[in-house]
Design a protein around this ligand. Structure first.
Ligand SMILES: NC(=O)c1ccc[n+]([C@@H]2O[C@H](COP(=O)([O-])OP(=O)(O)OC[C@H]3O[C@@H](n4cnc5c(N)ncnc54)[C@H](OP(=O)(O)O)[C@@H]3O)[C@@H](O)[C@H]2O)c1
Length: 243
C-alpha cells in the first residue's frame, strides 16, 4: 500500500489528484482542507483551516506517526490561496498574512513534521510542494502569492540539501503545475486590468481552449511522482517534463 497526504483535496487540482489516486487499489489518502467533497473507504478527511498556523504547529507531528505496511509515504502540499490581487501599497495587511500562512507557513510546518517523523521510516518518502511559475517570475498585483511561491521553492531547495547532507533518503520537489482550469483561474480572469496588466493573456488562454483541465494536470503530477527518480533537482515544472 501507498499512503498520500494531500492538502486542498476538496477542490481544483487537489480534488482531481485525490480522485485519481483513489482509482488505484493500493492507495490510502488523507485529505486536509476546510470543506470536503469526497467519500471513499480509503479516504480520510481532516477538516482544517491552514490559515490557522498556530494550531497546525500543535497538531502537525501527530499527523505523520504510523505507517505500518506502507511501502511509500507521500505528502502533497497543494492547498493554495491567491489572495486579493492588488499592488503593493494597496494591499490589505491581513490578506497578505493569510496568503503567507496558507502558501508557505503551513506547508513549512507540514514539511518539518513529515521529515521529523519519517526520517527513520524505511519506505520511499516523497514531498511534493505545488509551486508556481509566479514564484519564478513576477506578476503585477500578485506580490503576496509570488513571494509565497518563491519561498516554497526555496524551502524545497534547502530541505533537499539538508536531507542530502544528512544522508536521509527523502525526495523533496517544488513542482509548478502551469496554469490549470480551476476556481483560482476564474478569480484571475475577473480581476480589473488596473490591478493586473496581463489579464487579457489569461482570458485568451481560457477562450482559446489552451487552459489544461485539472484531470490532465493531475495525471501529469501523478506520473511525475511515479517516475520521480528520473528527474534530478528540487525545483521542477510539469510543463518541461516529458510525459
Ligand atoms: N490554477 C492554476 O492555474 C495554478 C497555477 C499554478 C499553481 N497553482 C497552485 O496549484 C495549487 C492548487 O490550486 P487550485 O487552482 O486547484 O486552487 P483552488 O481550485 O482554489 O483550490 C484550492 C484548494 O486549497 C484549499 N485551501 C485554500 N485555502 C485553504 C485553507 N485556508 N485551509 C485549508 N485548505 C485551503 C481549498 O480547500 P477548502 O476551500 O475546502 O479549504 C481547495 O481544496 C495551489 O497551490 C496553487 O497555488 C495553481
Amino acid at each position: 500500500m501507498r499512503k498520500f497526504y494531500v492538502t486542498g483535496s476538496s477542490k481544483g487540482l487537489g480534488q482531481a489528484i485525490t480522485e485519481l489516486l483513489l482509482e488505484e487499489t493500493d492507495v490510502d489518502v488523507t485529505g486536509i482542507s476546510r470543506t470536503n467533497s469526497l467519500e471513499h473507504t480509503r479516504f480520510t478527511h481532516i477538516p482544517f483551516d491552514l490559515e490557522d498556523v498556530d494550531n497546525l504547529a500543535g497538531i502537525a507531528d501527530r499527523l505523520f506517526t504510523h505507517h505500518p505496511g506502507f511501502e511509500e509515504v507521500v505528502l502533497i502540499n497543494n492547498a493554495g490561496y491567491l489572495g486579493d490581487i492588488q499592488y503593493v501599497g494597496d494591499l490589505d495587511h491581513q490578506e497578505f498574512i493569510k496568503v503567507m500562512n496558507v502558501n508557505i507557513t503551513a506547508p513549512a510546518i507540514l514539511i518539518n513534521a513529515f521529515i521529523r517523523n519519517l526520517r527513520d521510516y524505511e519506505g520511499k518518502k516523497v514531498i511534493i510542494n505545488i509551486g508556481s511559475g509566479a514564484g519564478r517570475h513576477p506578476y503585477d498585483g500578485w506580490s503576496a502569492y509570488c513571494t509565497s511561491k518563491a519561498a516554497i521553492d526555496m524551502i524545497s531547495e534547502v530541505a533537499d540539501m539538508e536531507t542530502g547532507i544528512r544522508g536521509i533518503d527523502f525526495r523533496i520537489v517544488s513542482l509548478a503545475p502551469g496554469p490549470v482550469d480551476t476556481g483560482m483561474q476564474d478569480i484571475v480572469r475577473s480581476t480589473p486590468i488596473e490591478n493586473f496588466s496581463q489579464i487579457n493573456r489569461f482570458i485568451a488562454l481560457k477562450e482559446s481552449g489552451q487552459l489544461p483541465t485539472v484531470h490532465e494536470t493531475a495525471m501529469k503530477i501523478l506520473s511525475f511522482i511515479d517516475r520521480i527518480d528520473e528527474f534530478e533537482g528540487p525545483v521542477q515544472d510539469i510543463r518541461k517534463i516529458p510525459v
